[in-house]
Design a protein around this ligand. Structure first.
Ligand code: GLY
Ligand code: MN
Ligand code: MN
Length: 460
C-alpha cells in the first residue's frame, strides 16, 4: 500500500473534479472456479485499489461529495472465519491505513444508495465487468445488466482516467519493479528453451517467477511457436528446430502494477537468415518508435510511422512493393502488422480498459480509424508526461489471412504474393517494451532485457 496521504489526495481530487453526487466503488469478490469454495486467484478491482488501496474481497466504498463522507462497506471477520483464515487486520485498521474513518457493514450499502437516489442525489458508478457486481447494481439502481455499461457516469470515468493516466514517481517505482520481474521471466525462458520441449514447460517456468516475485501474472501467458496467432494461450506444442518462440508475458507486483514484455527467439541457438531479416525489421521499428516518443506527439502518428518503417523493410526483402505512403494510407501493411503499436499500462496491463478506450486512448482530436489493423490501436491520443505505454510492433505471416487477401486480389500493387509462399510457416515476431513519457522525451522502464540478435543468440 502507498501512504494514507496518497489515497486521500486522489479522493480529494475526485471530489473537486466531480463537485457533487455519490461516487460508488464496487470492489471485486471471490469467484468460484468449479464450486463456490474453490476460487480463482483473487484480483481486486483496479479503480478500488487506486482510490481505496485495500486488497481484499467483499468490499465497496462510497464518497458522498455533498457531506464529505467517505465510507468503506464490508464485514469484519467472525471467529468462525478466523478459524479458517487466521487473524487479519480489522477493516477499521485497514481503512485507517488509507485515510478512511467510517466503516459500515456491507448490508448497509444497498439502503444507503437507495436513500441517496430517493433524496435526488446523482449516483455515479463506473462500468461494471463482474456479474456479481452487475446483479448488485440491478438491485440498487434498477438498471438491467446489459444497460449498465452505457448508464455509467461519463463524468466519473473522465475524472478517474484524468488521474490514473498520469503515473506518479511512487507508481513508476512499482512499474519498474514489475518490468524487472517480467524481464527475469523472459531471460529464464530464453535460457531454458530446448528443442523437444513442450511450450507448457516454459509457461510453467515463467509463471513461477511471477509468483516468486510476490505478485502474479499480469495477464494470461502468450508463449507459442505459432506467434502469428496473436492471443495464443495454447501451450501444447513441441518446440521444433527451425521454429521461433514468441513469448508475451509479464508480472504484476504485489501492489498490482503490471509489466508487459514480448521477446521472440529461435528454438536453435541462432536465427536463420530469413528469421534474422524479419527480426531486424521489427527490432529497428521498435527502437525507432521508442526513440521518437515525446509529449505532444499523437500515438496514432507513431503507429503509422512504425507501419511505414516496417513496410520499407518488407520492400527491401521483396515482400512489399510500390508506393509505400500509399500502401500504409490504404492499410496494406496490416497483412503483416494487424494490431496496434501499443496501449496504456498501469494497474491493468491494458490500463483502464474497463472504463473504455474512447476515454483512455482517444480524444476529441484523435478519432479511431475504421481500417483493418489501425482500428485495433488502443492508444492513439496525444502523449503526455506521466503516461506509461507499450511499444510492440510485430510482423506475422497468417496463412489464412494471406490466402484470403490473395484470393480477393487485395492490394496486389503493394504485396508480392508469390514471394510470400516461402513464408507460410514462418510464424510471427513481436518485440515489446514498456516506456514512460517524461517532460522532455521518454524513458524505457526497467533494466534492459536482451533484444538485439547478438544478445538473444548469446543467451540461447
Ligand atoms: N499482452 C497483450 C498485449 O501485449 O497487449
Ligand atoms: Mn504484451
Ligand atoms: Mn502489450
Amino acid at each position: 500500500m502507498f501512504s494514507a496521504n496518497t489515497y486521500q489526495s486522489r479522493r480529494d481530487r475526485l471530489k473537486k473534479d466531480l463537485k457533487s453526487g455519490l461516487l460508488l466503488f464496487l470492489g471485486n469478490n471471490e469467484v468460484g472456479m468449479n464450486y463456490a469454495g474453490n476460487t480463482y486467484h483473487f484480483r481486486q478491482d483496479s479503480n478500488f485499489l487506486y482510490f481505496f488501496g485495500i486488497d481484499k474481497p467483499g468490499l465497496a466504498a462510497a464518497i458522498d461529495i455533498e457531506s464529505g463522507r467517505e465510507i468503506l462497506f464490508g464485514d469484519e471477520l467472525s471467529m468462525e472465519d478466523i478459524v479458517w483464515t487466521g487473524a487479519m487486520p480489522s477493516l477499521k485498521d485497514l481503512a485507517g491505513q488509507v485515510g478512511v474513518r467510517e466503516v459500515l457493514p456491507f448490508r448497509r450499502l444497498l439502503p444507503f444508495v437507495k436513500r441517496a437516489r430517493k433524496d435526488g442525489q446523482a449516483v455515479h458508478f463506473l462500468p461494471p465487468y463482474r456479474h456479481d457486481n452487475m446483479l448488485w447494481l440491478k438491485d440498487a439502481l434498477n438498471i438491467s445488466a446489459p444497460k449498465q455499461k452505457g448508464a455509467a457516469s461519463e463524468a466519473f470515468i473522465r475524472a478517474v482516467v484524468a488521474q490514473r493516466a498520469h503515473k506518479t514517481a511512487e507508481e513508476i517505482v512499482e512499474m519498474e519493479r514489475a518490468v524487472n520481474i517480467s524481464g527475469a521471466m523472459h531471460v529464464a525462458a530464453m535460457k531454458a528453451a530446448r528443442e523437444g520441449m513442450i511450450e507448457a514447460e516454459l509457461a510453467g517456468l515463467v509463471e513461477g517467477i511471477a509468483v516468486g516475485g510476490g505478485g502474479h501474472l499480469s495477464y494470461g501467458i502468450i508463449l507459442s511457436v505459432y506467434g502469428q496467432i496473436l492471443h495464443n494461450h495454447y501451450h501444447g506444442n513441441t518446440l521444433r528446430k527451425g521454429q521461433l518462440v514468441l513469448g508475451d508475458f509479464g508480472a504484476e507486483t504485489a501492489m498490482h502494477y503490471a509489466g508487459d514484455i514480448t521477446r521472440t527467439f529461435p528454438v536453435t541457438s541462432k536465427f536463420t537468415t530469413k528469421q534474422r531479416e524479419i527480426y531486424e525489421i521489427v527490432l529497428d521499428a521498435e527502437v525507432s518508435a521508442i526513440q521518437s516518443l515525446r509529449p505532444g506527439l499523437t500515438y496514432q502518428s507513431v503507429h503509422l510511422a512504425t507501419a511505414r518503417r516496417m513496410a520499407e523493410g518488407l520492400k527491401a526483402i521483396g515482400l512489399m512493393q510500390g508506393d509505400l505512403d500509399e500502401a500504409v494510407a490504404q492499410g496494406a501493411h496490416a497483412l503483416f502488422f494487424p494490431h496496434g503499436l501499443g496501449h496504456m499500462m498501469g494497474l491493468d496491463v491494458h490500463d483502464m480498459e474497463d472504463l473504455g478506450e474512447k476515454y483512455v486512448g482517444y480524444s476529441d482530436g484523435v478519432q479511431r480509424s475504421t481500417q483493418f489493423g489501425t482500428a485495433y490501436l488502443r492508444l492513439a491520443r496525444e502523449l503526455e508526461p506521466g503516461f506509461v505505454l507499450t511499444v510492440e510492433p510485430g510482423i506475422y505471416f497468417i496463412p489464412e489471412l494471406i490466402d484470403q487477401w490473395r484470393r480477393k486480389k487485395k492490394f496486389t500493387e503493394f504485396i508480392n504474393y508469390p514471394a510470400l509462399k516461402k513464408y507460410r510457416d514462418f510464424g510471427g515476431i513481436r518485440v515489446e517494451d514498456n516506456v514512460l513519457i517524461t517532460d522532455t522525451g521518454h524513458r524505457v522502464l526497467g533494466e534492459p532485457i536482451p533484444k538485439t540478435v547478438e544478445e538473444v543468440e548469446r543467451l540461447r
